[in-house]
Design a protein around this ligand. Structure first.
Ligand code: OAD
Length: 240
């Protein structure tokens, strides 16, 4: 750990990739861990445009459940340390697959939300994107003033990621000296490819996860434990 702290003290260009595990200690279940299933559906069965076309009500009920948990959640020590890191490094990009907005709530500013945000909706008729914070939504599925059906402004399986966010994520992975990979199973593309890109360029990849993942194979170093404990430990004494 001391060696990684030394490295964290010397590098200047840092990227972070987070997944559901970073929010686990805020009380939000991960997708592939215990408590992640809603009514026994796997995320791959609900987070698709086909599922929404077939049964928008069912998909919205899942998001209503998730909104309720997220609305009650507060950033944990892992989110807070990542926000502090941004103040320390001249070049810092936080790439997240999470849609819960907790990195912003913790004070992070340069955040790339690769999979969208649960507090935004998109009108299927006009394509307009709006903030939408009803918990639970007053109407399911909610509708736009124009009469169109609203969908969560998130990325579903089989959909392209927002181009601007994807470009920012790849630019950060191309430029960074070190990437911290926190709480992601590393199985959903293209996010999972970012640490590989860093390693191919000769950069350092530091993983923080409670379990071994495919990324552990290529990581320079993996620290196993809950992010809200391990990240503050790693950061201790770095920014003095
Ligand atoms: P997953 O649920 O697949 O993985 C969560 C990871 O966090 C696992 O590797 C856990 O071991 C780890 N973990 C759990 N608790 C932790 C803790 N307290 N501290 C550190 N690590 C912990 O979630 P993601 O990798 O984020 O996409 O999933 C990627 C994408 O698949 C999601 O963005 C979502 C999902 O389906 C879409 O909906 C498009």
């Amino acid at each position: 750990m001391e060696e990684t702290r030394r490295l964290l003290r010397t590098v200047r260009k840092v990227a972070v990739l987070t997944g559901a595990g970073v929010s686990a200690e805020s009380g939000i279940p991960t997708f592939r861990g215990p408590g992640g299933l809603w009514r026994n559906f796997r995320p791959e069965e609900l987070a698709t445009p086909e599922a929404f076309a077939r049964d928008p009500r069912l998909v919205w009920e899942w998001y209503a459940w998730r909104r309720e948990m997220i609305a009650a959640a507060r950033p944990n020590a892992a989110h807070l340390v990542l926000a502090r890191m941004e103040e320390f490094y001249p070049d810092f990009t936080l790439i997240t697959q999470n849609i819960d907005g907790l990195h912003h709530a913790a004070g992070s500013r340069n955040v790339v939300e690769l999979h969208g945000n649960i507090w935004r909706v998109r009108c299927l008729r006009e394509g307009k994107i709006m903030e939408h914070r009803e918990v639970p939504p007053a109407q399911i599925p909610p509708t736009c003033a124009c009469g169109g059906v609203l969908r969560p402004d998130v990325v579903w399986f089989g959909e392209a990621l927002p181009e601007a966010e994807l470009n920012r994520a790849f630019a950060a992975a191309q430029a960074c000296e070190l990437m911290l990979v926190v709480g992601t199973s590393g199985v959903v593309q293209p996010a999972a490819s970012l640490p590989y890109l860093v390693r191919r360029r000769g950069g350092t990849v530091i993983e923080v996860n409670t379990e071994c993942t495919p990324i552990s194979q290529i990581a320079t170093r993996s620290f196993f434990g809950p992010a809200a404990r391990v990240l503050p430990e790693l950061w201790e004494g770095v920014a003095v």
